[in-house]
Design a protein around this ligand. Structure first.
Ligand SMILES: [Cu+2]
Length: 217
């Protein structure tokens, strides 16, 4: 009897799930109405499907007083490494809600890392250099994509159903729209990100204070 039940469970697990491909294009409108030529720092993802993401990690290298790359996506439970390749101190930190962290000061050749346990956008800064910023998007399912330069993206194997498709770029915030994924085949979607009102805004250091003028390091 016990064996029969397990057999049924295995059969269900092996059955092909109804899932489709979500593909499309994201565009970004600049201040002058021009379309951005490079969308590779945008992220597109699907909210709603309850599917555990595959484990993965990312690396944001601190080099030349900048994070490289500046945008990473990891699943919930994913770890991001922050190697410092500069001979000067950096202090990567974030005060983004439950994903807040503080790696404190270290310089080349040290590496700090942080494991992100909550979905959401994490704004990463350096407590020494206000010009350093990066973003980690933490997702609770595997259905996300980084667009190519032209904005094209494809997300395969999305469970059939009506979900919310979102796009984000650091200069725009989020764009979102409902999308219905078919049981097989593909659905097309187009999203527009509006950067026309974007202004570079100063941020606070890890103590919630303004950065002091003049770098000490
Ligand atoms: Cu720094």
């Amino acid at each position: 009897m016990r064996q029969t039940s397990w057999g049924v469970v295995l059969l269900l697990a092996a059955a092909p799930a109804a899932a489709g491909t979500l593909r499309g294009r994201v565009e970004l409108v600049e201040k002058d109405g021009r379309k951005a030529a490079d969308l590779t720092d945008a992220v597109v993802w699907v909210e709603g499907p309850k599917v555990k993401p595959r484990p993965s990690t990312a690396t944001l290298t601190m080099k030349g007083k900048a994070f490289e790359p500046r945008v990473a996506v990891v699943p919930v439970g994913g770890t991001v490494a922050f190697p410092n390749e500069d001979p000067i101190f950096h202090n990567a930190f974030s005060v983004s809600g439950e994903n807040r962290f503080d790696l404190d000061l270290y310089k080349k050749p040290k590496t700090g890392s942080w494991t992100f346990d909550h979905p959401g956008l994490v704004r990463v800064y350096c407590n020494i250099h206000p010009q350093m910023s990066a973003y980690v998007l933490v997702r609770d399912n595997p259905f996300w994509a980084r667009p190519d330069a032209g904005g094209g993206f494809e997300i395969p194997d999305v469970p059939a159903g009506t979900w919310v498709l979102k796009a984000w770029h650091e200069r725009t915030g989020e764009a979102s729209q409902p999308v219905t994924v078919p049981e097989r085949g593909a659905v097309e979607a187009a999203l527009t990100l509006d950067a026309s009102k974007w202004k570079r805004a100063p941020h606070k250091n890890k103590f919630g204070k303004d950065y002091e003028a003049g770098e000490k390091y």
